[in-house]
Design a binder for this molecule. Structure first.
Ligand SMILES: C[S@@+](CC[C@H](N)C(=O)[O-])C[C@H]1O[C@@H](n2cnc3c(N)ncnc32)[C@H](O)[C@@H]1O
Length: 249
């Protein structure tokens, strides 16, 4: 099984691939889409769950999603058809950093995908290029809530703490107009959903080599979470507007 296959099974019960519950996602979208007729872009959209939720509740919205995963985009297309929103959603199978559009967007979303651009600030720089005047960005990024263990750093790289993360965003010319720090309940629910779904799928296939592989992957991931990063990992979503440049010539 490929990593994408495993990820698809792991997210069966938690289609948003980030530690956020449905209410948090709805609230963040509400702050990002104050009118309801916006053009929205999601860079690293995965199965386009953020866009699909926005489209399903806002009939005048139009959306585009970009991702390198053909499997995820295919699923996004199927769900869009099932919801009857496929006419308002365009999906692009390509590197997010290479995506160009002749028209700007009122909201640029990028949640849990900053590695596609080489970090948080390069992601914001890419989002800025796509923004219409007065547009907003909805960004989701990991941070260290406590000092990380070496195993946590190995899993997630060199993250900043919460205050430093927000300071960097503000220093880059953005003003947060809404924010959400994932609760311990959201963080735990996400991990249990992922590794529980994968383990359950595996246990239903005891004689299948794919089942054995999936059970090993679920066990290793659960252990890495509990022993490695549960105590230090945090996740932040921000809705951002550009700070006016008030420096005098
Ligand atoms: C953690 S998932 C988040 C998906 C989605 N934003 C969500 O919150 O449900 C990260 C996504 O980034 C995509 N991705 C990784 N590298 C990418 C790249 N270079 N260009 C576009 N997408 C990329 C992956 O395929 C995956 O779908």
């Amino acid at each position: 099984m490929s990593r994408e296959d495993i990820s698809g099974i792991a997210h069966a019960d938690h289609p948003i691939k980030a530690p956020l519950d449905d209410e948090s996602v709805g609230r963040l979208l509400g702050h990002g889409l104050p009118r309801g007729d916006e053009r929205v872009l999601d860079l690293g959209c995965g199965t386009a769950e953020w866009l699909l939720r926005a489209l399903a509740t806002r009939p005048r919205l139009r959306a585009e999603g970009v991702d390198v995963s053909e499997v995820a985009l295919r699923q996004a297309g199927r769900t869009a058809s099932a919801l009857g929103v496929e006419g308002r959603l365009v999906l692009h199978h390509q590197e997010a950093a290479d995506f160009r559009s002749p028209q700007p967007f009122d909201l640029v979303i990028s949640v849990g995908a900053s590695h596609a651009f080489g970090g948080l600030l390069p992601t914001l720089a890419a989002a800025r290029e796509h923004l219409a005047p007065g547009g907003r960005v909805l960004i989701g990024e990991s941070f260290w809530d406590r000092d990380p263990s070496p195993a946590a750093i190995e899993a997630f790289g060199d993250l900043a703490d919460l205050a430093t993360t927000v300071d960097r965003v503000v220093a880059d010319g953005w003003t947060p107009v809404h924010g959400h720090v994932s609760t311990r309940g959201e963080l735990d629910a996400y991990e249990w959903a992922c590794w529980g779904s994968l383990a359950s799928w595996a246990l239903d296939r005891p004689a299948d080599p794919a089942g054995t592989q999936a059970l090993e992957a679920a066990t290793a991931a659960r252990s890495q979470w509990l022993h490695g990063y549960r105590d230090s990992f945090g996740f932040l979503c921000l809705v951002l507007r550009q700070t006016p440049d008030t420096t005098e010539e």
